[in-house]
Design a protein around this ligand. Structure first.
Ligand SMILES: *Cc1c(COP(=O)(O)O)cnc(C)c1O
Length: 375
């Protein structure tokens, strides 16, 4: 980024990301593998940069959401195993195989399609089977009355030619919540996952070398569920450990600058819809950041940002490219001053709570207009 053009940027600390990787790694049982989740451009941090870092740091596996995300990594020279968590049309089987990608298989019908394509090519597709143990999203149905049929379908899918069944996994619905009902729900999902794996082995003689289920919530709250590999995303980026057990550090600082500062008399309306009126003579700064950069409009009038010398309350409706802050009593702030929206000084949870959302959504919302600056 040209220093003279300083507007709004996302500062990514590769050092903090490496620290987080090592902190999570150190908390895992011996021999447990690490699958770094780099979907959605590594939660906004830049998939290629994060993947290269994880590759160099010794992670065993990466996961992305879709074929395009996986191809971006391959084109960038990432050689590690990559699991695609979402659906890929069976017409892309050859591309999956030629790029040495691992595809999630979510039901028998799709396994049959992938198998037919692989056989036609005379090649083999590496797969991880996904079980739906209570998330009610992708995966072989196996809860309740579906148990026997689910086990049977997994066995039949695993026996199809052209498919290598390297792994089996499931995803938790509430592993990040620690109330008794959520803890129990996660334990039930885990128990069902293990029951299916055992039945598949006993009834079909089918074994999956890599069993995995632990997302960030489970790594923190259910360390006994690590199995052969864990799949943390959020922890890697420095969040999801509100009690600070692992000493994680924010991977991203979202920073903007003050464009101009003016004084207004009491009774002055600020921004669209006149949803803020000054109650005193006010020193008001215009920030070069708006909802087109990823600052949620929902936090209008509800948050404050870290500025030199303190925190500046945000005033009035957040616009597409700008928003206003109250700098009265903050004389250190000048035109050009840096303002941290979230990061080191301003915890992302202040913003995500004000926006009634989660850090994931804020990180993924940092738009492509915002340059990523790697430190
Ligand atoms: C996104 C995702 C993860 C990572 O979730 P975090 O909560 O960020 O750790 C793990 N597994 C699957 C299947 C996912 O889709």
């Amino acid at each position: 980024m040209n220093d003279l053009q300083k507007r709004t940027w996302a500062e990514i600390s590769l050092e903090n990301l490496r620290h987080n990787y090592q902190a999570v790694r150190a908390a895992l049982p011996a021999g447990c593998r690490f699958m770094g989740i780099v979907k959605a451009d590594a939660y906004g941090h830049g998939a290629l940069a994060v993947a290269r870092l994880l590759q160099e740091a010794g992670a065993e596996y990466l996961a992305v959401s879709c074929l395009d995300e996986a191809l971006e990594l391959r084109r960038g020279g990432v050689r590690m195993p990559i699991l695609i968590l979402g659906h890929t049309p069976c017409e892309c089987t050859e591309e999956l195989i030629r790029n040495d990608l691992t595809q999630t298989v979510t039901c028998l019908a799709k396994a049959v399609e992938y198998s037919a394509q692989a056989v036609r090519l005379g090649l083999e597709l590496r797969t991880h089977f996904k079980l739906d143990t209570g998330m009610s999203r992708l995966g072989f149905l196996c809860a309740g009355d579906y148990f026997a049929e689910g086990v049977d379908n997994v066995i039949r899918a695993a026996r199809l030619p052209g498919l290598v069944h390297e792994g089996i996994y499931t995803h938790f619905a509430s592993s990040d919540e620690t109330d008794p009902a959520s803890m129990a729900y996660t334990r039930e999902q885990f128990a069902l996952f293990l029951r299916v794996i055992r039945a598949v082995e006993e009834q079909g003689g089918v074994r999956f070398p890599l069993r995995h289920c632990a997302n960030s919530g489970a790594v923190i709250n259910h360390p006994d569920m690590a199995l052969d590999m864990v799949r943390p995303g959020l922890l890697l980026y420095g969040y999801g450990d509100r009690e600070g057990k692992l000493g994680l550090r924010p991977g991203m600082r979202l920073v903007t600058t003050v464009s101009t500062i003016k004084f207004y008399e009491p009774g002055t309306c600020i921004s669209y819809g006149r949803r803020y009126t000054t109650g005193r003579r006010s020193r008001v700064g215009v920030l070069a950041v708006g909802y087109a950069d990823g600052l949620p409009r929902l936090i209008s009038n509800k948050c404050s940002f870290a500025v030199p010398g303190g925190f500046a309350p945000q005033l009035g409706t957040i616009c597409m490219d700008m928003c206003m802050v109250d700098l009265t009593g903050l004389p250190e702030v000048d035109v050009g001053s840096e303002v941290e929206l979230f990061g080191e000084r301003s915890d992302i949870y202040r913003l995500s709570d004000a926006a009634q959302t989660i850090p994931y959504e804020l990180l993924c919302s940092v738009s492509k207009r915002v340059p990523r600056v790697y430190k």
